[in-house]
Each structure stands twice: as C-alpha cells, then as structure tokens.
Design a protein around this ligand. Structure first.
Ligand SMILES: Cc1ncc(COP(=O)(O)O)c(C=O)c1O
Length: 397
C-alpha cells in the first residue's frame, strides 16, 4: 500500500507525531522533506530559548561565577543522563567532550596502552572515514599494524592473540546495518582484546545497552538523532572497570585531579572525568541537554519503533515506485538488522541527489551510488516521506 490515505493513516497512528511541534518549524517553502536528520538533526525550540537564557543569565549576569555554580559539572551531569536515557550506562561512565574524532583518538590510544603485548588494531574497510583515519594514525604513532575487515562479520576470523583493540560502528553509516554489539564485544574480549564502538548512527535512534553488553569503550556524536546542533560536543563511555588504568593522551587541566591546583605535573582525576582535556563547550552542551531531555520524554523504545516503521515505509515505497526505475534497496530489509536510515542505490545517484536537493528533498549522497534517506523519528512524518519518494520517482523517471 503506497497511497496518500495509507500515509495519513500511519501519521494519525503515530504516537510521536506531537513531538514535531517541539522543533523550530521549517519556514523555507521549498523544502518538501527533511531526510538528513542523521547528518544534522533539526533544532529544538527549547534549545533556542535555553541558549538565550544561558547567555543572558548564566553568562551575562552571573559571569565567571557560573563555572563553579553549574558549568564545571555539566560534562558528567549530561553524560550520566545520556547514559541513562540512551546508552544503558550506569552513572559515572559517560562524559560529554570534544568531537567524536577526538574522543575516538583518546579511547583508542588508551585501549592500545591497556594491551601492551599486542600489536594489531582491527577495523573494517567500510567504516566511517574518521574511524579509519584515526586507526591508521594511531597504529603509525604506536608502531602497530592495522588489520582490515572486508565485512564486520569477519571479525571472528581476524581477531586473536595479537589484537589490542577493535574499532567498529554500531550502525553502518552507509548501509544502516546494525552490528551485533554484545556478540562482537564478547568475542573480542574472549580473545583478550578491547572493543571500541562508534555510536554516531545509533545513539538516539535505537536502544544501546552498553553495561549489559559489558562494553569497554564507546564514542558518539550528539548532532544527529540527539538534535544538539552543528558542532555540538560528542560523548565518550569508559566502562568503570577500566577507570583506574584509563590513561588518555590529551592530558589537559580539566582532566586533572585538581584542575585549579595549578600543579607542577598532571595527575588524572579519578573516574570518567580523566577523559576530559580542556574547557567544556558550555553553549554547545545546551543543545545536548535539551536533546537528551526530549528523548527521555519520548522514550527510546518508542523512537525505535517509529524508526522501524518509517524504514519499512521507505522500503515499501521504493519497491513499488523505484525498483522498477533501476534502484536497489541497499539497507537490510529485516527490521532488526536496520538502523535509522535506508540507503537506495542508483547508477546515477550523484546527479539525482543534486537534483533532489534543488527540488527540496534534502537527502544525503554517499559515494559511490547511494542516496541515504535519513529518518528522524521525532521529526519525520509518513506523508513527508511519501512526498519525497514521489519526487524521487518523478526525477528519476
Ligand atoms: C559514524 C561516524 N563517526 C564519526 C563521525 C564524525 O564525528 P565528528 O565530526 O564528531 O568528529 C560521523 C559523522 O557523521 C559518523 O557518521
């Protein structure tokens, strides 16, 4: 069923539909559909209000006193809440800091140092560029070897007693395939290695259970499904059992045991705070706080259920309208293997993507031939998706 009535029926039954009003409206009449929330989530109205308040009151009125009154504690406070709402992480293990890339550098360096007799770092050739680049540079820096996986499923064949760390994405940024986080973590650990998960495409889109999986380390961004805003800080998770030995390479004063002691030498803070380096980005954290609060209200289970329904809707429409025009569905068709987006492949995807964007369908092009349809359960509607798919059909035809 691909009718407008079906789209309207799905929208009418959508328990999360009301959350759309919590976002800044799209005022550009040329936008048919925003299907790129998995690159940049839409802004919350509350974030705009809170930013004004923080500037006027906390910064403008309280001035430097705000550091002690509230700002210094924010990286851990927001980290704990994010851990509770989206990561299945008990307090004291998640902290908001830096970009995903910098967080990944820190945890990868720390992980490799925790396995001194081992000389290999494993990642997959389809991993996101920042992950691959950092694995290569950390390997070069420490004299280690990179073991490349052609598919994540090969991880068992490649890991062994030389593996120090394995770096994988929980949800593949191109295909949306969900990796078996608990199973792979267990396997890597059984072989004596450490698993590092990039959660950029899963945090806020599907439940992640880091503590239950016994995960070692994880990193992720907040500007996609958490709607925290462009350049909002990322987060990192370090399982409590690693805290005592966790030594990250960017040993700035904010991660020191006593930041204002102006000590002669660096002594790391106890617990997750040692993962910090420099001054926390207070304005950027406002968006993280609001995004996490909204997710807590919506509930990650309901968000996941809608992501699945939206994905199925895209696939149904693609099968009916686009497959006959030469498209293929490149994301898993099984709901439990697919994250929060659907990638469609077409030989002319690059040109088509340009045309789509010019025509108000804001999707992502991913080399070599992927059109990535991003589905943000708190903002995307079923009729919106149908309108976009109709436009893709028109332009492709
Ligand atoms: C899987 C993945 N990892 C890392 C990043 C980039 O992280 P950052 O720019 O926060 O360093 C992205 C950005 O889209 C991503 O999709």
């Amino acid at each position: 069923m691909t009718t407008l009535q079906e789209a309207e029926r799905l929208d009418a039954g959508d328990e999360l539909a009301g959350f759309r009003d919590r976002f800044v409206p799209i005022t550009d009449p040329g936008v048919v559909a925003y299907l790129d929330g998995n690159s940049l989530g839409r802004p919350l109205r509350a974030t705009a209000e809170r930013l004004r308040e923080v500037v006027a009151e906390q910064w403008g009125a309280r001035l430097i006193r705000s550091w002690d009154e509230r700002w210094l504690a924010l990286p851990e406070r927001i980290g704990d809440e994010l851990g509770r709402v989206a990561l299945g992480a008990a307090p004291g293990q998640t902290i908001v800091a830096d970009s995903t890339s910098v967080c990944l550098y820190k945890v990868l360096r720390a992980a490799v140092a925790l396995r001194p007799g081992r000389d290999e770092i494993v990642t997959d050739t389809a991993n996101f560029p920042t992950d691959r680049f950092l694995v290569e540079s950390v390997a070069a820096e420490l004299g280690k070897t990179v073991r490349w996986l052609d598919t994540v499923a090969d991880v068992g064949a490649v890991t062994g007693d030389r593996t120090a760390a394995v770096v994988l994405s929980h949800v593949d940024y191109r295909s949306a395939e969900i990796a078996d986080l608990p199973g792979i973590t267990r396997l890597v650990q059984e072989r004596g290695g450490l698993a590092i998960w990039d959660l950029c495409h899963s945090v806020g889109a599907l439940p992640v259970e880091l503590d239950a999986a016994g995960a070692d380390f994880a990193v992720g961004c907040t500007y996609k499904f958490l709607n925290a805003g462009p350049g909002a800080p990322a987060f990192l998770y370090v399982n409590a059992r690693h805290h005592a030995e966790f030594g990250q390479p960017i040993t700035g004063w904010m991660g020191a045991a006593d930041t204002f002691a102006m000590a002669e030498h660096y002594v790391p803070a106890p617990g997750i705070r040692r993962a910090l380096s420099g001054t926390p980005p207070v304005l950027g954290m406002v968006g993280v706080q609001e995004g996490v609060a909204l997710l807590a209200e919506a509930g990650i289970e309901r968000v996941r259920a809608k992501a699945v329904a939206l994905g199925r809707w895209v696939i149904d429409l693609a099968d009916a309208w686009l497959v006959p025009l030469g498209f293929t569905v490149a994301s898993p068709r099984e709901d439990d293997r697919r994250g929060g987006h659907v990638t469609l492949r077409h030989p002319d995807a690059e040109r088509l993507s340009r045309l789509l964007i010019e025509n108000g369908v804001l999707i992502d092009f991913r080399r070599p031939d992927g059109i990535r349809v991003g589905l943000s359960p708190l903002t995307t509607g079923f009729a919106e998706v149908r309108a976009a798919m109709a436009r893709i059909r028109e332009l492709a035809a």
